[in-house]
Design a protein around this ligand. Structure first.
Ligand code: F6R
Length: 244
C-alpha cells in the first residue's frame, strides 16, 4: 500500500480525482465502484467540474454499487444509492444502463448477490474502487469478523455502523442490515484508492497501515493489495507518526 499524508482533505480529494481521471483515460470503459458516505463527496465535485471542462469522460464506464442499507433504494434520502445519484451520476448524466446496484427490496437477496457477482465477473474484475473506511475498520459493509474470501453478501451491521450511519439521514432510522460487495472484490480490483479524513478515523487508519492483518480490522487486508493508494489528512494519519 502506498500512503500519502496531505496537509488538507482538499489536497487528498484533488489527488484522488487525478488518479481516477488517469485510470479512466487509460481505460475509458473501466468498471468503477465508488463508495458513498461523506468522504468521497468532495472528490465527486472535483470530477464533475473536470467533466464540465471535458477533462474526463465517464460515458463508457460501468458503475457498480459498493453497498446499501437493506430496504433502501435511491428514493431514500441518505441511502448509498441516493448519495451517488445526487452527487455524481445525475450531474454527470450517466446512463442508467451503466449503473448496477443491489436491489435491497428483492425477496431473494442471495440472488441479488449472485447477480452483482456475475456482473463483476463478466468484466473480469473491477478496474477502480474508491473506498472510505469506517471507524470500526469496515470497507463497504465488510464488518469486523468478515471472511477475507467473501463475495457479495448480506450482513448484520455492527453497533458502530448502526450508530454512525444515523448521520446520513434526516430522522432516526432503523439500521440493522446491509448488503455489500465482498473483500474478494476489493482484493481483486486492479486499482484501489482509499480516502480517510478526520480524527475519528485515526485508529482505523493505524490498523490499515501498521496493524496485524486480521478480520477484526477489515481495513488491515489492504496491506496485501499490490495497487492501493491511500490519501489521508493529518488528523486521520496522526497515529502513524507515533508508530514510526
Ligand atoms: C459507504 C461505505 C462505507 C463508508 C465508510 C466511511 O458506501 O462503503 O464503508 O465508506 O463508512 O463513511 P464516511 O465517508 O461517511 O466517513
Amino acid at each position: 500500500m502506498n500512503v500519502k499524508v496531505n496537509d488538507s482533505f482538499e489536497e487528498s480529494s484533488l489527488a484522488a480525482a487525478d488518479l481516477i481521471i488517469e485510470t479512466v483515460k487509460e481505460k475509458p470503459d473501466s468498471m468503477i465502484c465508488f463508495a458513498a458516505g461523506s468522504t468521497p463527496i468532495r472528490t465527486f465535485e472535483i470530477l464533475i467540474n473536470k467533466s464540465k471542462s471535458s477533462l474526463i469522460d465517464f460515458s463508457n464506464c460501468t458503475f457498480v454499487g459498493l453497498d446499501e442499507w437493506i430496504g433502501m433504494d435511491k428514493n431514500d434520502k441518505g441511502s448509498c444509492q441516493e448519495t451517488l445519484y445526487t452527487s455524481l451520476f445525475v450531474p454527470l448524466n450517466i446512463s442508467s444502463q451503466n449503473i448496477h446496484f443491489f436491489n435491497t427490496k428483492s425477496s431473494n437477496l442471495r440472488v441479488e448477490c449472485k447477480k452483482i457477482d456475475q456482473i463483476i465477473a463478466n468484466n473480469g474484475n473491477i478496474d477502480l474502487m474508491l473506498l472510505g473506511i469506517g471507524q470500526n475498520g469496515h470497507l463497504g459493509f465488510n464488518e469486523p469478523g468478515v471472511s477475507f474470501d467473501s463475495f457479495s453478501h448480506v450482513v448484520n451491521l455492527s453497533e458502530v455502523t448502526k450508530t454512525v450511519g444515523q448521520k446520513y439521514f434526516e430522522g432516526s432510522r432503523e439500521l440493522s442490515m446491509g448488503i455489500t460487495l465482498g473483500i474478494r472484490h476489493i482484493l481483486d480490483a486492479k486499482c484501489l484508492i482509499v480516502l480517510a479524513s478526520g480524527i475519528k478515523k485515526n485508529k482505523a487508519v493505524y490498523e490499515m497501515v501498521h496493524g496485524k492483518i486480521t478480520n477484526e480490522w477489515p481495513v488491515s487486508i489492504l496491506q496485501t493489495h499490490k495497487n492501493c493508494q491511500a490519501f489521508l489528512d493529518k488528523e486521520a494519519a496522526c497515529l502513524l507518526n507515533e508508530a514510526q
